[in-house]
Ligand binder design. Structure first.
Ligand code: GLN
Length: 237
């Protein structure tokens, strides 16, 4: 790892619709507040995808934009190579679908995905829109996760994927099993916008610790009253 922690913001030009680029800002800020050098590098449709970054984030998108992203990530498999080396990756909403085996768009077109997640996604009758609260199932996370979902796709997990969390409010993966998100190796997916890491600092630190190769308990605690206030407000809402 170079002394600067490099955060790859993957395809913000097509997967930037829902403000999920904020996740990269949260990662950079929490690293800097702890004395680490950190930078965000945008990987756009004009770039091949590097496999050497320390951490990657991908945001949500509309169906047409996520098709462009899928094509690019299949053509330049740097993200897949980075994940195979254990780099932490956070995939939001459409990015779960793109990183899955295949997804079907609202228009009924089936698109082959990147296969980092053993999941498939198909459109549901009703679009899921609203606040979500979940209980995490991932080792090391204990605080409820909150976010805002806005998706028509419903995601089914295969045997190699495990859910990130169990839904206590909202829809989540949306195929009736009460699960939200997906975890496979170092890759974490969630339907939570927010941005998710602004609303869920424990998840941010989980990714940071993985990137640094240390247990999250070794990260110095950050006392950020505005984050505490936001969490309290969202859990009450
Ligand atoms: N287009 C996808 C869906 O509707 C993802 C939307 C999103 O990223 N918010 O399921």
């Amino acid at each position: 790892m170079s002394s600067t922690i490099r955060i790859g913001l993957v395809l913000p030009d097509v997967m930037g619709t829902y403000g999920d680029g904020g996740n990269a800002l949260v990662l950079r800020q929490r690293l800097r507040m702890r004395g680490y050098d950190a930078e965000i590098i945008d990987i756009t449709l004009a770039d091949p995808v590097p496999d050497s970054f320390d951490i990657y984030t991908l945001g949500g998108a509309e169906d047409s934009a996520q098709r462009l992203a899928t094509r690019h990530l299949r053509k330049y498999p740097g993200l897949q190579q980075a994940a195979a080396k254990g780099a932490p990756v956070l995939a939001i909403c459409a990015a779960i679908q793109v990183l899955g085996n295949w997804y079907e768009t609202s228009a009924g077109e089936k698109v082959d995905g990147v296969s980092l997640f053993d999941v498939t996604t198909a459109p549901q009758d009703v679009r899921a829109i609203g606040e979500v609260t979940t209980t995490p199932l991932l080792d090391g996370l204990s605080a409820p996760l909150t976010g805002f979902e806005n998706h028509r796709g419903g995601t089914t997990l295969g045997p190699d994927a495990t859910p990130l969390a169990r839904v206590t409010r909202g829809v989540g993966n949306g195929v009736g099993d009460g699960t939200e998100g997906v975890v496979q190796g170092s890759v974490i997916g969630t339907y939570l916008h927010g941005p998710a890491l602004a609303r869920n600092p424990e998840l941010a630190d989980h990714l940071i610790a993985k990137a640094l190769g240390i247990p999250a308990t070794e990260l110095s605690p950050l006392d950020l009253p505005e984050v505490t206030r936001l969490r309290r407000e969202r859990l009450r809402a």
